[in-house]
Design a protein around this ligand. Structure first.
Ligand code: NAD
Length: 495
């Protein structure tokens, strides 16, 4: 269990998040701590270990020792452990919902409908997928048979970001563990709470020691040590393109397998022949869900000129109606931004958009909330028009509640503008014309295209980006492929 520590800011003692290493909860070896903030109040409410390379080394050693036993278990046996953890998580779902919302700033209702159920689903999906997968065999001739084994890699590193904390954390560790690897994982230092609570469940579930290790701390200390460790055979990373570049540079000479899920600046193209009501409603959701802090959000909205004014007016009306407020309040549609730094970054992009000639149609400023959230990091959902498709505001990732509206005159122009950024994660299309849907989907430079929907997820589908949005795919069989190494055995049984 977490223990309480004195809080230098208030009289109330605060919770200490701990590392999970070799089956036990522990402090960082160096004994240092980092403050953990509640975004809605702007105040420190817990602390986490400021771990370093020594803690990572200890975790890597524990994972190396655990690997032979864990990888020798049958898929059935590994599945039982993982399903037990999923059941425990489900049994404590309300605790996790509250914790995720407090730690990240997202509304509780959103953690209830999205984050935590999805974390349960991730664990269950990969725990059961391994019961149904097969490998291939090639009958080369009547006396030669090739068959392919898929072996776990060994110790793998999983590094995840702050926007969908437990959702993305489990999305990585579940396939890694299911495939028979042992894991050293790092959750973002901004949102460590639910990964810590998951560690408590792993202990309760009797997960053998060293199979999963969760080390908290800064990216440059803990993340870099995981990437640099020669005993770590693969890195599954989700985060910014900048950190992804560093990881690629560091891991490539060590010949590690890499899965990099990076930033996005996703186009949302609205054709005049769309289902108008649905396109507006879902475009608002795609823009401001989770405060716009989802790599899949549609932040550049391209609208066919014939419906531009009508779409803009209705989009702005619905956006202005979104209530920004205390994440604990069921009526709050938009919560707090994750950190002061990120809040300031988003505000700086709103200032840049104005400098670049943009007109703010709604939002554009901070939101002051009375009571316990008076010092929280809230920004009003912001809609901007009048910018060119190639200005910085329309090319760089903001990752907050800010979208731009840009009209277009032809399908070719829409495709050109949509594909004009360095990113290529997802694209969203709204059209009732089937031919156009197929044609434009094929032309999008992105790993994922949603047509007449957004964030509809089937965990079996390949997930990932192209260009600066990453390398590799997660999800379904792709994830199990990443976390295993194929070995072909060619056997001749002729004389
Ligand atoms: P970030 O790159 O700052 O951090 C991500 C993780 O990497 C954190 O755990 C961090 O501590 C760690 N890290 C930082 N420096 C490191 C280093 N030198 N070595 C190893 N690890 C290091 O990203 P963030 O700000 O936490 O997340 C936001 C970004 O994540 C956005 O760009 C967003 O688009 C992206 N994202 C992408 C996806 C996707 O699926 N493609 C999903 C969610 C978020």
């Amino acid at each position: 269990m977490a223990y309480l520590a004195p809080n230098k800011y208030t009289e109330k003692p605060m919770k200490s998040i701990l590392n999970y290493c070799d089956g036990e909860l522990c402090d960082a070896i160096g004994g240092a701590w980092l403050d953990n903030y509640e975004p809605a109040t702007g105040k420190v409410y817990s602390r986490l270990p400021a771990s370093d390379a020594r803690d990572v080394e200890r975790a890597v050693n524990a994972a190396s020792v655990a690997f032979p036993l864990w990888s020798a278990l049958t898929p059935d046996e590994r599945s039982v452990y993982m399903l037990r953890i999923a059941a425990l998580l489900e049994a404590r779902i309300e605790d996790f919902i509250r914790a995720e919302s407090q730690d990240q700033g997202k509304p509780e209702w959103l953690a209830r409908v999205m984050d935590i159920p999805r974390a349960v689903a991730n664990l269950r999906f990969f725990a059961t997928e391994i019961l149904h997968t097969s490998t291939s065999a090639h009958e080369t001739s009547s006396t030669v048979l090739n068959y392919t084994l898929r072996k776990p890699l060994g110790v793998v590193g999983c590094i995840s970001p702050w926007n969908l904390p437990l959702y993305l954390f489990t999305w990585k560790i579940a396939p890694a563990l299911a495939a028979g690897n042992t894991v050293v994982a790092k959750q973002s230092e901004l949102t460590p709470m639910t990964a810590f609570m998951l560690a408590e469940l792993c202990i309760e579930a009797g997960l053998p020691k060293g199979v999963l290790n969760i080390i908290h701390g800064m990216g440059a200390d803990v993340g870099a040590a995981i990437v640099e460790s020669s005993a770590v055979k693969a890195i599954s990373f989700t985060g910014s393109t900048r950190t992804g570049e560093y990881i690629a540079r560091t891991a490539a000479p060590k010949f590690k397998k890499l899965s990099l899920e990076l930033g996005g600046k996703n186009p949302n193209i609205v054709f005049a022949d769309c289902n108008f009501e649905k396109a507006v409603r879902e475009s608002v959701r795609a823009a401001f869900h989770n405060q716009g802090e989802i790599c899949l959000c549609g932040s550049r909205i391209f609208i066919e000129r014939g419906i531009y004014d009508r779409f803009r007016d209705e989009f702005v009306r619905q956006t202005a109606a979104l209530q920004v407020g205390d994440p604990m309040n069921e009526t709050s549609r938009v919560g707090a931004l994750v950190s002061r730094d990120h809040y300031e970054k988003v505000l700086s992009y709103i200032a840049l958009a104005k400098e670049e000639g943009g007109t703010i149609l709604t939002g554009g400023s901070i939101v002051n909330i009375d009571g316990r959230c008076s010092e929280g990091w809230f920004i009003a959902p912001t809609v901007i028009e009048g910018l060119t498709y190639d200005c910085r505001t329309n090319q760089e990732e903001i990752f907050g509640p800010v979208v731009t509206l840009v009209p277009f005159d032809s399908e070719d122009e829409a495709v050109m503008m949509a594909n004009s950024t360095g990113y290529g994660l997802t694209a969203i299309l709204w059209t009732e014309n089937l031919n156009r849907a197929h044609r434009v989907a094929a032309a999008m430079e992105s790993g994922i295209v949603w047509v007449n929907c957004w964030l509809v997820r089937d965990l079996r589908t390949p997930f990932g980006g192209v260009k600066n949005s990453g390398v590799g795919r997660e999800g379904g069989v792709e994830a199990l492929r990443f976390f295993t190494e194929p070995k072909n055995v060619c056997i001749s049984f002729g004389t």
